[in-house]
Write a protein that binds this ligand. Sequence first.
Ligand code: SF4
Ligand code: SF4
Length: 422
Amino acid sequence: MVRLVENKHYSENKAIEKLPLPQKVYLPLIQHLGKICNPEVKTGDTVRLGQRIAGVASHVSAPIHASISGRVTAIQDWPHPVLGRAKAVVIEGDGRDDHFLFGLKGQQEIDKLTAQDIRKIVLDAGIVGMGGASFPTHIKLNPPQPVDVLIINGAECEPYLTADARLMVEKTAEISLGITLVARCLGVQKIYIGIEENKPEAIKAFSKISGIQVKVLKSEYPQGGEKQLIQNILGRQIPRAKLPFDIGVVVQNVATIYAIYEAVYKGKPLIERIVTVTGSCVQNPKNLLVRLGAPIKNLIEFCGPLKEEPAKIIIGGPMMGIAQYADEVPIIKSSGGLLLMNKKEARVLEEDPCIRCAACVRGCPVGLEPCQINLASEKTLWSLAREYGALDCIECGICNFVCPAKRRLLQTIKRAKLEVTK
Ligand code: SF4
Ligand code: SF4
């Protein structure tokens, strides 16, 4: 684990604001790990806010809903923040925000919901892991073997990002209700929330909630990785090629929990999320509540004017985020941050040959030898890369960060991961 310059001061005290309703949204048909959705609307159709517009009859998937009301004007190829390009449903808004089927449930009604009912609501609402992983949440709520611990991930260890921190402070009661639902669904009694020590307000807020143990974690990167979180809270280790449920644990991010609360209590599908807009180029950094599909240029304009032209725009944080090539790229379910870096911050240093210092090996939080995977990948020796454990890489970027030769290890490891899973 490493200590990084946090740079959270830009936005950590900024209360969540709503981004004005976008005139157009671009909703990619893939916003989750799993099968791409099929559109269930066609060009010219009128849609209401929250109406399901795409889905697929596959277990590993999550449906997509209209994030504004209006008319479908196209289903076309469009920039995608993770995949480069993907097919998207384009909706031109009518400004009415006319919504579909939202409905408040009373506590008595909610108390009668079975685990299966809760999972069905989560699936129908299109909820996926909002900490960046995008794994469909209804599957995580149905582990193949019993678990005894639920860990809520409130670490938000990426520098700059503050969306989860604000959510924990401003929506403590709602997140607590969501946690109770998830614990009921999993049948667990032991519930922990892991929060880094740099978020004292969130720690204070959750310390008042009974039934949830707050674990104050060091502000170190990648404290929010599932493996690190479980190790640091429970002292349990996930063996190689295993998942948290193999050792009796389910981990859920706070934003995902909030989405579950909204789906169950308000009947609201996943149509918006909180995004931190930040960085040295941004005049007014903010934590914004953004409708999914809104192009990032809307967020940049709303936080402007810019202090200087950004040299690099990243969706996510500086360690795990992805650089973007177009400002038309939309916010999707996994986009927790928008980071605008200036020339100095974004400069790419020239790579030198590996000096075999092993700094990357010492730094890797999952015990890999990044330099070896890098070599295997450069020589296209994919089975060797697999033997070195490329698939266990959590893509935290620490190896790049610590390497004195400025080797772009993560990029080659990512390539190896893709190749070995082909
Ligand atoms: S190899 Fe993967 S997990 Fe290890 S430090 Fe590099 S990016 Fe992180
Ligand atoms: S940190 Fe960089 S220079 Fe050192 S062993 Fe790893 S790849 Fe080589």
